[in-house]
Design a protein around this ligand. Structure first.
Ligand code: URA
Length: 442
């Protein structure tokens, strides 16, 4: 087989067969297919797309390109949730304790942040002492004992995806629906859970800016999951503005704790309840309505918050910081950003807000950049709110004073103030399972 023939075949709009796809992923992973040929293939896929059969086989090849996790030593139904990425997205910190308090097992591998999006592992590590690096035996033992554990992705999971993602990042081929589906589902299937709930974000802070694209991605990913024999569903959630008010690592942990203590921003709470109840529903605990009642109950009676404390202690973290979040380190430099006119906050570009937070030190521009766990943004206003000239829109936090000014400029560029109040957006826009789409919007 020759890679150039496969590139020409795909470029001409023809489907690759199973053998060709497996040969290509194997060769790319072992280095016998060079980056320049794989780049050409990725671009051909970007323009020509892939059939359902091609995405399923490519996902399987990516899943098996390295180690896979066998979660069978963990008793009970194992449920995973994955977000396609966003800004201010701290839902994992809230959902995992909720579903564990309801009796499900969560053995979760999460990622670090890159670019404008944050990562759960970085957020958890902002709790002093919290360890996200664990060997498999300890991971299984912790989940069996406590019901939950969140660790970083193991080193040799889906190496083909790591190599391919790095190439996509520099060849303009990230935002391809089949390639995103293969990348995410390859990792999810390798992580070995029985049930997968996908949170497909939609809007200015997400890969998918338009609802129809988010639905197409959700259909593609759920179909891959089902073809692999896993119950898989997706919620399409709004990411046209940051989720909640806090963006940045320890700021987001504090906000997640507020939700688990029964407060917190309404949009964040709504998305967390929808995701947590859907995970329980998919695991067969009850109807969606019953699961939502259960999810609310474990927040109200404090057992979900207790689970977060238990997980923190089990992973070496100091749970006292969660009981009293005023203990968290605070950035030494703060800047208030104010409105230059009165009106309604018409739109907030979530990706730009995420970039501004990253510029303050909360995110990484490169894989090896170090993080300022206290840096970030706390919004005072959200889309649809009224603002008066001179009123505070947000507070920016950083350990480096010189980072405040450029980040403030970037943040202000993301904000649109106008005369008309925008239509309120729903937090959960649609649900996709077994090829069926239920829309929750008019
Ligand atoms: N997240 C991933 O893991 N892969 C993608 O391709 C996009 C988002």
């Amino acid at each position: 087989m020759r890679m150039v023939d496969l590139i020409i075949k795909k470029r001409s709009g023809l489907a690759l067969n199973d053998e060709e796809i497996r040969w290509m992923i194997r060769g790319f992973t072992d280095g016998s297919i060079p980056d320049y040929q794989m780049s050409a293939m990725l671009m051909a896929i970007y323009f020509q797309g892939m059939t359902e059969q091609e995405t399923s086989v490519m996902t399987d090849a990516v899943e098996h390109s390295g180690d896979t996790v066998d979660l069978s030593p963990i008793k009970g139904v194992k449920v995973d949730k994955h977000s396609t990425g966003g800004v201010g997205d701290k839902t994992t910190l809230v959902i995992v304790p909720i579903v564990a308090a309801c009796g499900l097992k969560v053995a979760k591998m999460s990622g670090r942040g890159l670019g404008h999006t944050g990562g759960t592992v970085d957020k958890l590590e902002s709790i002093p002492g919290f360890q996200t690096d664990m060997d498999e035996e300890e991971f299984f033992e912790t989940v069996n004992r406590t019901g939950l554990c969140v660790i970083g992705q193991s080193k040799n999971l889906t190496p083909a995806d790591k190599l391919m993602y790095a190439l996509r990042d520099v060849t303009g081929t990230i935002d391809s629906i089949p390639l995103i589906a293969v990348s995410i589902m390859g990792k999810k299937l390798a992580a070995g859970n029985d049930v997968i709930l996908l949170d497909v974000t939609c809007g200015s802070g997400a890969f998918m800016k338009k609802l129809e694209d988010a639905v197409a991605l959700a259909k593609e990913m759920t179909s891959i999951g089902e073809r692999a024999g896993k119950r898989t569903a997706a919620l399409i959630t709004d990411m046209d503005q940051p989720l909640g008010y806090a963006i940045g690592n320890n700021l987001e942990v504090i906000e997640a704790v507020e939700v688990l203590k029964g407060g917190g921003p309404a949009d964040l709470k709504e998305v967390c309840l929808a995701l947590a109840s859907d995970m329980m529903y998919l695991a067969g605990i009850g109807s969606l309505e019953e699961c939502r009642v259960r999810a609310q109950e474990v927040i109200t009676d404090g057992s979900a918050f207790e689970k977060l404390l238990e997980m923190t202690r089990a992973q070496g973290g100091d749970a006292e910081y969660l009981k009293d979040t005023s203990k968290f380190a605070k950035a030494p430099f703060v800047m208030e950003v104010t409105a230059d006119r009165s009106g309604f906050l018409m739109h907030m570009n979530a990706q730009e807000c995420g970039t501004a937070s990253s510029m303050l030190g909360a995110g990484r521009e490169k894989k090896e950049s170090s993080l300022d766990l206290t840096a970030g943004i706390v919004l005072s206003k959200k889309t649809g709110d009224t603002v008066q000239k001179g009123e505070v829109l947000a507070r920016l936090y950083s350990s480096k004073e010189e980072l405040l000014e450029p980040a403030a400029k970037r943040f202000l560029g993301a904000i649109e103030i106008g005369a008309e109040q925008p239509k309120a957006r729903k937090e959960v826009l649609a649900r996709v399972e077994a090829g069926k789409v239920d829309y929750y919007i008019d």
